[in-house]
Structure formats: C-alpha cells, structure tokens
Design a protein around this ligand. Structure first.
Ligand code: AMP
Length: 354
C-alpha cells in the first residue's frame, strides 16, 4: 500500500466545474491543496483552489507541468481524453484508475462489462448503420438510440417509438458509433454513491431516488421509495463494480428499478450530482470521501442522519437565491451566466430521519 498524502500535499483535478469546486472545498478541509486543470475561462473550481492551469487537453507541455506539480490526479468528468491520461500517467497516480474511465466512456463497453459481472443491464445492440438500427428495433421494440461516447444529461439521444422513422435518428447522430437500448419500463430511478479506499474497504451511501426533467437531474430524494431488498441489491451492485475495477474514489451508479429488479443504467467514475445531498445529510459527504480515498486516507462514516431532498437550480432558477437561502442548504456555483439548462446551484432540505 502506498503512503497516505500528508496535509500540505496537492491534488490535481481535471475539470473545473461545480464538482471540482466542491472537491476542492472538501480537500481544503483536510489541509490539502488543489490544482485545477481546465480549458474554459473562469472555472467555478478555481475560485476555491490554490492553483489553476488554463490550457487545452492536448497541450502536452501544460499537462506535464500540471502533472509534475501535484501528488495525485483525479477528475470531475469522465470524458478526459485518453492521450491526456497517457501523458499524465508518468507524473502522478491517477485515481480512480484508467479502467473505470475506459469502461464509462463507451456505453457499449460499459454494458458489456457490467453484464460480465452478472449485473442486469437494458437489452441493447450496437448500431453503426441504418440497417443495424432497423434490426435492433425489430428485435428490441421501442427504445433509445444513444451515442456510445460523450453523451450526458440526455444529450446525443433519440427516443424511438413504434411509428418513428429510423433515418432521422441515425442522421441526428452524424455518423457517431451508437447503441440502441430497449426502453426499460422502470418504476423509479435510483442511484448509489459508493466509495472504495486504497486498501479495498468500501462505504456506500443510502440509495437516493432521482427525478429528471428535460433529461437533466431535477431532484434526489433520500431515502428512495424502494423495498429494503431492492436497496440492498443496489448497494451490492455498486460494491461489486467497485471491487471488480479495483476502484479508488467515489463512484456513482445509476439504476432503474422495475418491480424487484435492479437494472444498472450507467456508472460515473466520479462524484455525482445525485450525491450532493450527502453534504448536509451525512457525517462524511461524497466529496470528503473521494478526497480521503484518492489521498490514501481512511474512509469516513457515510451514515445518513436525516432525510434529504436535493433540488438542482437550473438556469434562472438560481436567481431566487434570496428566498431559497431561507429554506435549506443553498449552494451556488459562482457561474456568471445563467444559460438555459445550465446547473447554477442546488438546494438541500433536510427532514428528520424516518
Ligand atoms: P442516460 O444518459 O443513459 O443516463 O439517460 C438519461 C435518462 O433517460 C435516464 O435517467 C432515464 O430517465 C432515461 N433512459 C435512458 N435509458 C433508458 C432506457 N433504456 N429505458 C428507459 N429510460 C431510459
């Protein structure tokens, strides 16, 4: 086992959005510094971190300088280019490791991997042509055509009912390799935020129930309205994935619940929007847990002490900050411009634990 990073060490974070920001705040609480690498201007994470590199992910010199200035490298989004990681690998340990990134970057590889672990996934087929899509629709019925790579918040997806034509759907993906998934008739969507430490110990937060609006997470409610056995199966699925990947850090596992069945939709090798409620409702939250894990520290107590409802503030919703501040744990991400669909902050309300 490698030595834990002492306070005063530096964590490199690829990506400077709100997840990076909340990671940097958590790191600061443990006396650790952060260095943010982000191509875009005015990254929210840089306001609370010691160092910032503004450069593209193909800027080898900037990447090397960044890599050599930090003690461990982590990321707040899963689409980090493989070439950037090739370069960084020699500089400092990358946690979570590259296997998790490779699996989560490609929806087809992800489903194949998860099914190989004995976990249920949506029936699916790879689609590279109109013929593939027609054959997949014939076999799987109504479903969703998704790009294999780079999709998030419902982007790069086309829903296809029985009477929808295939051609415009294929055309919309502009030749990107795709996957067709059968529509899962789920009762609800839940997610498990789970962590694995460097010595292999795991800690799972209670599953949260997720409600989406326009393809974007709207609310997470904890506890989820599922049976004890479904909650347990969901936690087991997350733990199975963590140990199979020899994972270090926090992982988000998105799950469809259909009756008593737990179907894994996708994994995110990072802290997750549906885990923000842990900041107010748990002794140690997902951000602390991730920093502890990647720094080689003991994991903390993820026990939930309250029920929670987390609501994302999208676009102009955050303009009501003055009112919202009266009603719960308000988080604003410091983004200057409230574009439609942009996550500007979130609010967590607690109630006594059932
Ligand atoms: P994803 O980008 O895969 O997380 O999909 C975004 C949202 O679309 C999910 O949270 C679900 O609400 C819905 N969705 C995605 N895939 C399926 C599926 N196979 N069956 C039913 N709903 C789905």
């Amino acid at each position: 086992m490698t030595e834990p990073l002492a306070p005063g060490s530096t964590i490199g974070i690829l990506g400077g959005g709100q997840l990076g920001r909340m990671l940097a705040v958590a790191a600061a609480r443990l006396g650790l510094h952060c260095h943010i690498f982000e191509p875009g201007p005015a990254p929210p994470a840089a306001e609370v971190a010691r160092d910032l590199t503004t450069a593209a992910y193909d800027d080898a010199q900037a990447l090397r300088r960044f890599g050599e200035s930090v003690d461990v490298i982590t990321y707040e989004f899963e689409n980090v280019p493989a070439e950037a990681l090739d370069l960084l690998e020699g500089c400092a340990p990358i946690r979570p490791g590259r296997a998790a990134l490779a699996v989560s970057q490609d929806r087809l590889e992800e489903k194949t991997y998860l099914a190989g672990l004995g976990l249920a996934v949506a029936p699916h087929a790879p689609v590279d042509s109109l013929e593939d899509l027609e054959a997949a629709r014939e076999r799987l019925g109504p479903g969703i055509l998704k790009t294999r790579r780079m999709g998030y918040d419902g982007k790069g997806q086309v829903r296809l009912g029985p009477s929808d034509p295939s051609f415009p759907a294929i055309e919309a993906l502009q030749g990107a390799p795709a996957i067709y998934e059968a529509m899962v008739p789920f009762d609800c969507e839940i997610s498990v935020i789970a962590a694995r430490g460097i010595a292999g110990e795991t800690v799972c937060f209670d599953p949260g129930q997720n409600l989406h609006r326009d393809g974007i997470l709207h609310q997470t409610r904890v506890p989820a309205a599922v049976s004890k056995s479904v909650a347990q199966d969901a936690v087991f699925a997350a733990a199975r994935i963590l140990s199979a990947l020899e994972y270090v850090g926090v992982l988000g596992v998105e799950i469809f619940v259909a009756g008593s069945k737990v179907i894994v939709n996708e994994i995110a090798p990072r802290v997750h929007n549906s885990g923000h409620w842990t900041i107010e409702a748990c002794v140690i939250d997902q951000f602390q847990q991730h920093i502890r894990a990647i720094a080689g520290w003991p994991l903390g107590d993820g026990t939930r002490h309250s029920n929670a409802l987390m609501t994302n503030l999208i676009g102009e919703e955050a303009d009501a900050w003055h009112e919202l501040a009266k009603s719960g744990g308000l988080h604003l991400y410091g983004k200057a411009e409230a574009r439609p669909g942009r996550k500007m902050g979130h609010l967590t309300r607690l109630t006594p634990k059932e």
